[in-house]
Design a protein around this ligand. Structure first.
Ligand code: VGL
Ligand code: ZN
Length: 211
């Protein structure tokens, strides 16, 4: 597909050490997206490039350890159901840093999310209460971006929720599937989320489709 450079932004979601092999919340082969993302960035197809980072304080509400529970258990919080994770992306830790080979020098805007101790944020647009904005919409609108392309980690969590919000905010929304990797737990979750995205009007494409 031919990208309209003047109206398009690429959002690279949470390509951080903790989501890569050996990380605290390892996404299988997460780091495999890095060369492809760097190659796409080198093509200069986008008016703006945004890198996001999951960035939590210690004892964050999403950490199983905070509740003396086990990862992947689900608990009820004031803002609804919360899936619990291993401690991950703790602010200023090595795990929270971007993957060392990611071409972050191409970034226009860097956005941290999940900084409220009591509220998680999967989406790069709204925190999990579905109403607290991150500010990204304002940035994109001010730069007259209408088309957004999402990639990164994890396909079935942060990329998924970000894509749904992008559509609801009125952006033409594309997910570059082969520049994402999924948690896929339970098995089949990835296909389920993919299906949901397609039904919502999100276009799924591959990196070689970007020209
Ligand atoms: C993510 C689980 C918890 C993600 C972040 O970036 O997909 N998943 N925090
Ligand atoms: Zn997180």
């Amino acid at each position: 597909m031919k990208i309209n450079v003047h109206k398009s932004a690429l959002v690279v979601i949470d390509v951080q050490n903790d989501f890569c092999t050996g990380g605290a919340l390892e996404v299988k082969n997460g780091e495999d997206v890095v060369p492809g993302i760097n190659a796409v960035l080198g093509k200069k197809l986008f008016k703006k490039v945004i890198f996001t980072a999951d960035w939590h304080p210690v004892h964050h509400v999403s950490f199983a350890s905070t509740h003396h529970r086990k990862p992947l258990e689900i608990i009820e919080t004031k803002t609804g159901l919360q899936t619990l994770w291993p401690d991950h992306c703790v602010e200023n830790s090595k795990g929270a840093a971007f993957h060392p080979y990611l071409a972050v020098e191409r970034g226009d805007l860097f956005l941290r999310k999940g900084r409220d101790p009591k509220l998680d944020s999967y989406s790069v647009f709204f925190e999990n209460d579905k109403k607290t904005p991150t500010g990204l919409k304002g940035y994109l609108v001010e730069h007259e971006i209408t088309d957004i392309f999402l990639c990164g980690l994890a396909f079935d969590w942060c990329v998924f929720f970000s894509a749904l919000d992008a559509v609801s905010l009125g952006f033409r929304t594309f997910v570059v599937e082969d520049l994402c990797r999924a948690v896929n737990f339970p098995e089949g979750f990835q296909d389920e989320k993919r299906e949901e995205m397609v039904k919502t009007g999100i276009q799924i494409l591959q990196k070689d489709d970007l020209t």
